[in-house]
Ligand binder design. Sequence first.
Ligand SMILES: NC(=O)c1ccc[n+]([C@@H]2O[C@H](COP(=O)([O-])OP(=O)(O)OC[C@H]3O[C@@H](n4cnc5c(N)ncnc54)[C@H](OP(=O)(O)O)[C@@H]3O)[C@@H](O)[C@H]2O)c1
Length: 283
Amino acid sequence: MKTILITGATSGIGLEAAVALARQGHRLVLVGRTPNKTDLAIATVKQRSSSAAVEGLSCDFGSQRQIRALAAAYRAKYPRLEVLVNNAGLVTPSRQVTEDGLETTFAVNHLGYFLLTTLLLDLIVQSAPARIVNVASIGHYQGTMSFDDLGFEKGGWSVMKAYQRSKLGNVLFTRLLAKKLQGQGVTVNALHPGGVDTPIWDKAPWYAKPFLAVMRWAFLITPQEGGQTLVHLASSPQIEGQTGLYFSDNKVTEPSKLAQDEALAERLWQVSEALVTPSAPRP
Ligand SMILES: NC(=O)c1ccc[n+]([C@@H]2O[C@H](COP(=O)([O-])OP(=O)(O)OC[C@H]3O[C@@H](n4cnc5c(N)ncnc54)[C@H](OP(=O)(O)O)[C@@H]3O)[C@@H](O)[C@H]2O)c1
């Protein structure tokens, strides 16, 4: 039985993956945005998996203070972390800024993964063999990384540009972290879950809705199907030891050229570190 922490576990891909992993007999710690949603997710996963080993913690990933509190609460309660699944993600209908002064999509989707993982990294290493699974997206292929305007403050924000940048961040972070953890018994992989019919797209701006309606009707898979690659990376013995990879539909897939740019990954790491260090000057 592994202890698995999964963020964004109150809905969609995260909730379905949690049910599947609980059915496999693992201990699940579900992270939801609010205590109410988290409690509901715990009850749902327990009921659908018939497992009693399902607990929860709450955190809004738009708040670095809450991410630090989440890591501290996890450490206070659990001595091991064999699998960390970074899955919580969003889009916003317009450009928004978090309480830390950062563009919300980048803050939640990329810095949320970065900060939680780095805060728990020593515990994960101590728990080896262990895995880190980052839910990225096919959207990363269109992603760009502009360090002089990461949050589109100077203009040019769009829901997809912000989302694609955050998801490129997920793949760059995955590959560099895997390299840093070589030889320590911890694998790190990223995935695209497929185009999945979940509430994430409900927050898209009105002008994207007709396109999304066609997508939903014609192409989108169910959250249960969308959770399969995540479950595979989190628990399958078949991928033991594989690391630094990007998976789509359970298969290793080449990520974008930018996602393979090692200098870009190093720079993003440094900038992310500065952005999550409360007293550091903003790059
Ligand atoms: N659906 C797709 O087609 C698709 C495709 C590629 C990648 N993905 C990725 O898959 C992951 C899961 O998305 P999904 O499609 O399953 O969407 P979803 O059903 O909306 O689930 C997203 C989860 O993340 C949580 N979340 C969002 N913002 C948060 C915040 N600020 N703090 C804490 N939790 C937050 C949500 O909590 P609430 O319930 O409180 O909102 C929810 O539990 C995301 O990383 C997404 O980028 C999805």
